[in-house]
Design a protein around this ligand. Structure first.
Ligand SMILES: [Zn+2]
Length: 267
């Protein structure tokens, strides 16, 4: 088995990120990531560039970095607002890109269970990011995960993951520690895949933390197997210094401002 590093939740210039896709891919290669997704909010226009940049860097360095096309969608039901990531490793076909675009367009009308079902039928994965975080971040509640666990079939749940550790959530340190424990409990109860991602808005912050996948090969197939077999090790977010905390907070404020300016209709 090969230990492969994955960061599957982060943002670029295409939404509220502060770095270009090229800067992110360069950083991913520098820190030795094997699976990289750029999950911009409710937009998928960065995916072709991600795939092209990954091809370029692999040719240049002889490495095998795998692009994982995906998106972070803000679902808006009657009262609830929640963030999830939908993704699938490898070169995206037109049908999959159309599906991601449909999720962005329909995000006010679709329930989480509907998204999981539709993603599952395309062999794509749904990851519930920073759950239990309302009202600070738009997120799925823990009781909702419990409900999904009780109602969805095991074959659908196989393609569902939960983000336990989130690098950006370190700005809410003490309360965040309690939340992480509760999220882990509910994920374990239903054997959901558990992950840690950076949710970085700046290229230098990607991979902190990342998830370690035990894969037979660093390929889209290897990724899918590790996900389905739960061969994933989470890394706790490292402690943050007071200066680091101020920097991270400041980046998040800038990111929020940027997103409202660039994509007011997509927030
Ligand atoms: Zn995010």
């Amino acid at each position: 088995m090969i230990e492969a590093k994955a960061d599957l939740h982060l943002h670029s210039h295409c939404s509220d990120g502060l770095s270009s896709i090229s800067e992110i891919v360069t950083e991913a290669q520098k820190i030795g990531l094997n699976f990289l997704s750029i999950t911009d909010h409710n937009v998928i226009n960065g995916i072709p560039e991600l795939v092209a940049e990954v091809d370029r860097i692999n040719q240049q360095t002889g490495r095998s970095l795998i692009a994982v096309p995906g998106v972070e969608v803000t679902l808006k039901g009657n009262r609830k607002v929640s963030d999830i990531v939908v993704l699938k490793p490898g070169r995206p076909d037109k049908e999959f890109l159309n599906f991601l675009n449909y999720l962005c367009e329909m995000r006010r009308k679709l329930s989480l269970a509907e998204v999981i079902t539709q993603a599952g039928s395309r062999n794509a994965f749904t990851i519930i990011v920073h759950p239990g975080f309302s009202p600070m971040l738009t997120s799925v509640g823990l009781s909702e995960i419990d409900e999904l666990g009780k109602t969805l079939s095991p074959s659908l749940l196989k393609n569902v993951g939960v983000e336990i550790y989130n690098g950006s959530a370190r700005v809410y340190s003490l309360w965040n520690n309690i939340r992480e424990k509760a999220v882990r409990q509910v994920a374990q109860k239903y054997d959901l895949a558990m992950f840690s991602f950076s949710d970085a808005h700046l290229a230098q912050d990607i991979g902190v933390p990342c998830s370690i996948l035990s894969v037979r090969s660093i390929t889209p197939k290897g990724f899918a197997e590790a996900f389905e077999e739960r061969k994933i090790t989470t890394q706790k977010s490292p402690a943050i210094s007071p200066v680091g905390w101020v920097k991270l907070n400041w980046n998040l404020v800038k990111a929020r401002k940027r997103f409202k300016k660039v994509y007011p209709e997509r927030t």
